[in-house]
Design a protein around this ligand. Sequence first.
Ligand code: HEC
Length: 105
Amino acid sequence: MKKQLLLGSMALGMISILGTSCAKETTTYDDVKSIIDAKCATCHSGSTPAAGRDYTTYAGLKPVLTDATLFTKQVLDDKTMPKNGSLTSDEINKITAWKDNGYAE
Ligand code: HEC
């Protein structure tokens, strides 16, 4: 009986540890891909994107991420992108978290 109680509380302990570690600590391209698809892909995708680059792959986006005057400036600082649109504060927070993680793939 005592053993069962001990096992039971250990199991509960495990569940609470698992519960907290489920919260993602790092934001990667996968986490923002849905925002890119929804808010940028109309102009920034396909073989001949209107804006010249395909951002729906990490490889296509990478050149503008490493240049501080492009992605960071236009999307987070000046908010000139998305052109003719806007991002919700939730989306901006997600992209900011991605930036803080070094725009990891
Ligand atoms: C309505 C079309 C449209 C949408 C939607 C759009 N863009 Fe753009 N984007 C453009 C065009 C066109 C340019 C070229 C420069 C200009 O005309 O301002 C551009 C340029 C850029 C640039 C500068 C890079 C370069 O090569 O000049 C970045 C970075 C960028 N867009 C990011 C984004 C992101 C991120 C999103 C989504 C959050 C987005 N854009 C949504 C049309 C769009």
